[in-house]
Every structure is written in structure tokens, then in C-alpha cells.
Design a protein around this ligand. Structure first.
Ligand code: KG4
Length: 330
């Protein structure tokens, strides 16, 4: 029998300090998340310098807790896998530097992980039998893309946003209608009280799987500004419905182009209840749908550990000159 591989994942790309232990890329033994949301709430968004400082304060505590909860000693960890991009440079540096120090001190292999790859890997933690190839709709605060997951470490971006990430559009809409940061979950909640009866623009690209959300975002801002008595719940419901239609239309084009019938979703916005329900409807069109558990949709270190596992078993290893790469692409 092959030896089990235990990966310590570390995630500090934005406003969550997270550490997790995952066995053989699939089994979550611990998944600790120390969120800074209450700290950034009063500024209406993440303040990078404050995020870095709070990561420094939390990282040792969170990692020790993750090891304790997994009932494993650092010496028994086989790989340390920190997120090294994309994200806020100062925030990323905290996790990368901490992971490098542990790796050097205990002589444990280091594997840097792309945060976007981590979001995709969240699906492996929810579905123990899911294997590539499949399509993945990546919808997060920093990214929006339709990705062909060719194997565990090879990806082809079939289409991506030409302007805002979908999460940015959600957060902006939330802010203009008066909801607090992070707005996505609050738009989700308020939309349930409204009717999607307001017409909003959809941007399409012929012969392309790209997305654009700046038009719909601006339309919501203008409507909210010009029509003083507009029903905010209706506006949120209409925004959610229209943006979901954009996603579904692009998914269908991607399915037609590739012939792949397995579709996963990933990223913080994949926690949205309306989007989840509408994507589940695609089962009726013969697709197999995969969605990470809600707690694995937003930033966490278990997904980073899973992605790190697949890089490690392929023979990859990072050196101690691993650096934060804020603009890292898939
Ligand atoms: O994936 P994530 O945690 O961070 C990045 O890696 O970007 O995504 C954060 C984004 C934020 O824009 C947040 O508002 C959005 O995910 N989000 C949601 C929901 N939960 C989180 N958006 C819509 N509905 C939700 N339920």
C-alpha cells in the first residue's frame, strides 16, 4: 500500500488567514479560517496594509490550530503548500515567507500553489470520485473564467472577463444599494425578497467565451442613482437573474465547443444560492454538475492543500526563492 501524503495548506492571498491539513489531496483533516471581514468592514473593502499586518498576527496561531485539529505533528507533514498568487502582494508574502521558514526549519518539501487552481481543487474535496477532464466556471472576487481542466495540473482558459470580475460586480452593486462589505452574500439574501422585474443589459461576444460585467454594473449604479424610489430587492433580484443568464449562455457555448458534459463551479460567487439553483437546472440538459460545499467556495486553505498535493505527486517542488506573484495567471 502506498504511503499517505499529508499536505499543510496555507492561504493568505486576501482577507482570510487560513491553514488546513489534507490527506492524499481529498480528505480534509482540518480547515481553519481566521477571517478579517469585521476588521475591513468599516472601510467598505479590504485595506491591503491592514490585511498584511493581521495575517502576521494570525498565521502561527492558525497553523498550530490546524495541526492540532488534524492531530498531526509538523514533523509528520509531507508537503507545505502556500498560495503564492494571485492576490495582494503584502498578504501573499506573509503566507509564502511563513511556509518557507517552516520548510527550511523542518526540511519539509515546499510547493507553491496558484490560488485559482486551489478554487478548482475545492471540487475534489467535495466529490471524491471527480477526475479531470471537466469544465469549470470560476466565479470569484478576483477572477471570472470558463476553464477546461485537462488534468490535475493543466488548464486552458476558454474565456475570461474583459473587465470586472463577477465578485467585484456583486460587491459594487451591494455598496450602491447600501449593503455592507462583503456585499455578495447580502445581495444573495436581499434578492430573495424581490422580483426580477427590471430589465438590465447583457453583453455578448460573438465567437468568444469571454465575459463582461461592467455594463450591467453601471446600469445598476445609474438606475439606483436616477430612480430614487427603486425597489432595492427587485434591483438585486434582477441583477442576479441577468448575470446568471450571462453565465449560463457562456457555459452552453463552452459545452457546445468542447463536447464536455461535466461542469464544476468554483470561487466565492459559487456560494450564491440563485446561481447554484440555475446551474443545477443544467442537469436537465444532460450535464453532470459539481459544486463545492459552501464552506469550500470562499477562500480556504484545504483547497490550496489539495491543489498542492497534485503538483507534488507530479514531482514538482518549489525552492526557497519562491516569491509572491500578485498577478499570477492560471
Ligand atoms: O473566492 P473568494 O472568497 O475570493 C477570491 O479568491 O476572489 O470570493 C470572494 C467574492 C466576494 O466578491 C464576495 O462578495 C463573493 O465572493 N461572494 C458571493 C457570495 N458569497 C461570497 N457573491 C454572491 N453571492 C454569495 N452568496
Amino acid at each position: 500500500m502506498e504511503k499517505d501524503i499529508f499536505v499543510l495548506g496555507i492561504e493568505t492571498s486576501c482577507d482570510e488567514t487560513a491553514a488546513a491539513v489534507v490527506k492524499n489531496g481529498r480528505e480534509v483533516l482540518s480547515n481553519i479560517i481566521d477571517t478579517q471581514i469585521p476588521i475591513h468592514e468599516k472601510y467598505g473593502g479590504v485595506v491591503p496594509e491592514i490585511a498584511s499586518r493581521n495575517h502576521i498576527e494570525a498565521i502561527s496561531r492558525v497553523t498550530e490550530y490546524a495541526l492540532k485539529q488534524a492531530n498531526i505533528k509538523l514533523e509528520d507533514i509531507d508537503v507545505i503548500a502556500p498560495t503564492y498568487g494571485p492576490g495582494l502582494v503584502g498578504a501573499l508574502l506573509v503566507g509564502v515567507s511563513y511556509a518557507k521558514a517552516l520548510s527550511y526549519a523542518k526540511n519539509i518539501p515546499l510547493v507553491g500553489v496558484n490560488h485559482i487552481e486551489g478554487h478548482i481543487a475545492a471540487n475534489y474535496l467535495t466529490y471524491s470520485n471527480l477526475k479531470p477532464p471537466f469544465l469549470c466556471l470560476l466565479i470569484s472576487g478576483g477572477n471570472t473564467a470558463l476553464v477546461h481542466v485537462k488534468n490535475y495540473t493543466e488548464f486552458e482558459v476558454l474565456g475570461k472577463t474583459r473587465d470586472d470580475a463577477i465578485g467585484e460586480a456583486f460587491d459594487k452593486v451591494a455598496r450602491v444599494v447600501g449593503l455592507e462589505y462583503p456585499g455578495g452574500p447580502k445581495v444573495d439574501k436581499l434578492a430573495k425578497e424581490g422580483e426580477p422585474n427590471i430589465k438590465l443589459p447583457k453583453t455578448h461576444f460573438e465567437d468568444s467565451l469571454d465575459f463582461s460585467f461592467s455594463g450591467i454594473k453601471t446600469a445598476v449604479i445609474n438606475l439606483n442613482h436616477n430612480e430614487k424610489n427603486i425597489n432595492k430587492a427587485d434591483l438585486c433580484a434582477s441583477f442576479e437573474k441577468t448575470i446568471t443568464e450571462i453565465l449560463i449562455e457562456t457555459i452552453k457555448k463552452g459545452i457546445e465547443k468542447t463536447g464536455i458534459k461535466d461542469l464544476a463551479i468554483a470561487g466565492g460567487v459559487s456560494a450564491n444560492s440563485y446561481i447554484r439553483n440555475e446551474i443545477l437546472e443544467l442537469k436537465n440538459e444532460g450535464l453532470n454538475i459539481y459544486m463545492p460545499d459552501l464552506k469550500l467556495c470562499t477562500d480556504n486553505a484545504a483547497m490550496i492543500a489539495s491543489a498542492g498535493y497534485y503538483r507534488f505527486i507530479k514531482g514538482e517542488k518549489s525552492e526557497l526563492d519562491l516569491n509572491a506573484m500578485p498577478g499570477l495567471k492560471l
